[in-house]
Design a protein around this ligand. Structure first.
Ligand SMILES: Nc1ncnc2c1ncn2[C@@H]1O[C@H](COP(=O)(O)OP(=O)(O)OP(=O)(O)O)[C@@H](O)[C@H]1O
Length: 691
């Protein structure tokens, strides 16, 4: 317990802040004005204590130093009680409460210190001015001065009286405060004890807190581990959920399949039952049949023997058939030979429209199927002899076809030559005649199945006959080429961009070949017709005026046929040339140089054709095949090993009369020629003939 000296300059240190107490008093004196209103409002006891303390301090100054701590204890207890009551009402905790008490105490001490300080500076009334020494003779002045002194003393007396009263009151308060201080000391002791109890309890609590902290750390670690295992488990759970979904789908699918299989099983069970029943029936039947079968087996043995005999007979019949076929081929050829190796048909075309109907028609009369007489309807008088001119001609051919003849009728005889080509002969079919006389119509034909010309009909017949011959062991390969000769130049109609040299060369006994020409293997009639159309289109593409061009060039379709009969080691190679010749009109009617050259070339080739045929007719040693590309190309078809058919086409108009007569004369000349034919037959032992 420190004591506050009344007048010493030492400043006791504060227990709360550690600073000298004087400083606190000064600082708090400044803050006292700002003391919380609640504190002053709530604490009437404190105010009372303050007043008492002021008095007791004054007393202390008078009676000596008094321990201030007792006074503070008294005050703090009173303060504390008030604050506790208030806080109970407000629900404020103990720590806050402690702070409130501390603050209140500090402020109250500050306030008292200020009050004490103010009482230490007691001043009396202002002293009367000391005037200059009043002379002794100035009674009036001296009286006035004394009067002033008296008044001053009176006032001082009055002040002192007041002070005395105040000090008495302070003394009374001091006693009360002393009692309160005693009470506060007792309270402090009990608080101290409580505090010690509390600190002991606090220690225990601390230990418990440490234990709990350790437990908490352990629990946190456990929690972390549990969290990790929870996340692992969550992942596993996700995976398992996904797997579960897949398996669920599988289960659904399998269930469906199971249902289907169950249905199937039910069906199959039913079927099985039915089959078992029918099996039983069949077993019964089998037993019945088994008995019968024994007999049948016996009959089978005899039947097998019969079959064997039939097979031997069939083999013999096959041989006979081949023999008969060979004989048929021989006889067919004899017939063809008898008909002539060069056959000439004449076909007169009809007028096809009204303008042609209005043209003057020749008078044509037909004798049987072979002869015709053609004449102009009006005879003219010869300017030289003055006699009527004979404008008529009588001609005989292998066949004459009047205007109403159908394509089928014309093809009848050609069909026999197609058989010759399949039998291994070279066949050549020409369409001869002036422009517009019906050559292309005869060879290609028109629209519709009935209007098909010789070429498409030949194609169809070849493949039909091959089909029949296949059944008797023959196999055939077919190839085709398409070319045109224009102004003595050869063009490949299956490849118009073919810039390689197309040259004819002729091997003795092996026929004529064109170098670099496209020779297309053909599998069917349809395919061959497709190539025929391509060639026709290519011929049209190359020409600026197709109709004119077509009448100024020779178009040659060649079909190569090779038949093999392996049993007999026999190969037959034949060919068919189908030639649509250029128009045969004479050079007189040509109008320009270009056309003149064309006509000359055409006439040269046609004349050479006539010369070749004449040479063959006269059995000349030299046959002028090489004089034109056409005859050179067709050499193998015009010689001994060939069959030739020439169809001379005639337009029925009088204006065409002279050209018609020329054509008929040419054809008649050809008709006279006969060739000695020889079939291209060989066995595998010999080298195959090249086309
Ligand atoms: N027998 C026929 N029956 C019906 N029409 C025919 C007959 N012959 C020819 N024609 C028709 O006469 C016209 C001329 O015939 P085509 O073109 O065949 O003559 P071409 O001699 O080939 O002429 P080019 O030398 O110019 O080619 C064509 O319209 C053709 O359809």
């Amino acid at each position: 317990m420190s004591k506050i000296p009344q007048s010493s300059g030492l400043k006791p240190a504060s227990k709360i802040t550690g600073r000298p107490l004087r400083t606190i008093i000064e600082n708090n004196s400044n803050k006292s004005k700002e003391a919380p209103a609640c504190l002053t409002r709530l604490n009437p006891i404190f105010s009372h204590a303050m007043r008492r303390r002021s008095k007791s301090v004054t007393d202390m100054r008078q009676i000596g130093s008094k321990p201030i701590t007792d006074f503070r204890l008294l005050k703090s207890n009173a303060l504390k009680k008030d604050i506790q009551n208030e806080n109970k009402l407000r629900g404020i905790n103990k720590v806050t409460e402690k702070n409130q008490v501390k603050t209140a105490l500090t402020k109250s001490v500050g306030t008292k210190r200020t009050a004490t300080a103010s009482t230490n500076n007691i001043e009396g009334p202002p002293k009367p001015k000391v005037s200059k020494k009043i002379p002794d003779w100035d009674y009036k002045g001296r009286f006035h001065q004394l009067n002033e002194k008296f008044t001053h003393v009176q006032e001082s007396m009055k002040i002192m009286k007041d002070k005395m009263n105040e000090f008495e009151e302070i003394e009374t308060n001091y006693d009360k405060i002393k009692i309160e201080a005693k009470e506060l000391g007792e309270a402090k002791d009990s608080l101290k004890k409580k505090c010690e109890d509390l600190s002991t309890e606090n220690e225990k609590l601390k230990e418990e807190v440490d234990k709990l902290q350790n437990n908490l750390n352990l629990l946190e670690n456990n929690h972390k581990e549990l969290q990790q295992s929870a996340s692992t488990l969550t992942e596993k759970n996700t995976k398992l959920t996904e797997e579960n979904a897949i398996q669920t789908k599988d289960i659904i699918r399998l269930t469906d399949s199971l249902n289907e299989l169950t249905d199937l099983h039910t069906k199959l069970t039913k079927e099985h039952e039915e089959l078992t029943k029918s099996h039983q029936k069949l077993v019964q039947k089998y037993q019945t049949y088994f008995e019968g079968n024994k007999q049948l087996l016996m009959s089978l043995d005899s039947a097998n023997e019969k079959i064997k005999r039939f097979e031997e007979q069939t083999e013999q019949q096959k041989k006979d058939l081949n023999h008969f076929q060979a004989e048929r081929r021989r006889l067919h050829n004899v017939i063809q030979d008898l008909k002539g190796n060069i056959r000439v048909f004449c076909r007169i075309r009809p007028p096809i429209n009204s303008s042609e109907m209005n043209l003057l028609q020749c008078s044509i009369s037909f004798v049987d199927n072979n002869g015709l007489e053609i004449r102009k309807t009006r005879e003219s008088i010869s300017q030289i002899t003055g006699k009527p001119q004979e404008f008529k001609g009588d001609f005989t051919f292998d066949r004459v076809f009047p205007p109403e003849s159908t394509q089928e009728e014309v093809f009848e005889d050609l069909a026999q030559l197609v058989q010759s080509a399949l039998d291994g002969y070279n066949v050549c079919v020409f369409a001869y005649g002036q422009t517009g006389s019906g050559k292309t119509h005869t060879m290609q034909g028109g629209e519709g199945p009935d209007q098909r010309g010789m070429i498409p009909r030949t194609i169809d017949l070849i493949f039909e006959t091959i089909k029949e011959l296949n059944s008797s062991g023959w196999t055939y390969t077919v190839q085709a080429s398409f070319l045109e000769i224009y102004n003595e130049n050869i063009r490949d109609l299956l490849n118009i961009n073919n810039t390689q040299k197309l040259e004819i060369y002729n091997n003795e006994g092996k026929g004529s070949t064109v170098t670099n020409l496209t020779i297309q293997p053909i599998e069917s009639a349809v395919e061959l017709k497709q190539y025929m159309s391509l060639a026709h289109r290519n011929r049209a593409t190359a020409a600026t005026n197709f109709n004119e061009h077509s009448s100024r060039s020779h178009a040659v379709t060649k079909i190569y046929i090779e038949g093999t009969l392996e049993d007999q080691n026999t190969v037959l190679r034949g060919s068919i040339n189908l030639v649509d010749l250029a128009g045969s009109e004479s050079a007189k009617i040509t109008i320009n140089d270009e056309r003149l050259t064309e006509t000359k070339n055409i006439n040269k080739s046609l004349a050479t054709l006539g010369d070749v045929i004449s040479a063959l007719f006269s059995k000349s040693k030299h046959i002028p095949y090489r004089n034109s590309k056409l005859t050179y190309l067709l050499q193998s078809c015009l010689g001994g090993n060939s069959k030739t058919l020439m169809v001379v086409n005639i337009a029925p108009f009088e204006e065409c009369f002279n050209e018609s007569i020329n054509s008929l004369r040419f054809a008649a000349k050809v008709k006279e020629v006969k060739t000695g034919s020889k079939r291209n037959k060989m066995t595998f032992a010999q080298p195959a003939m090249k086309f």
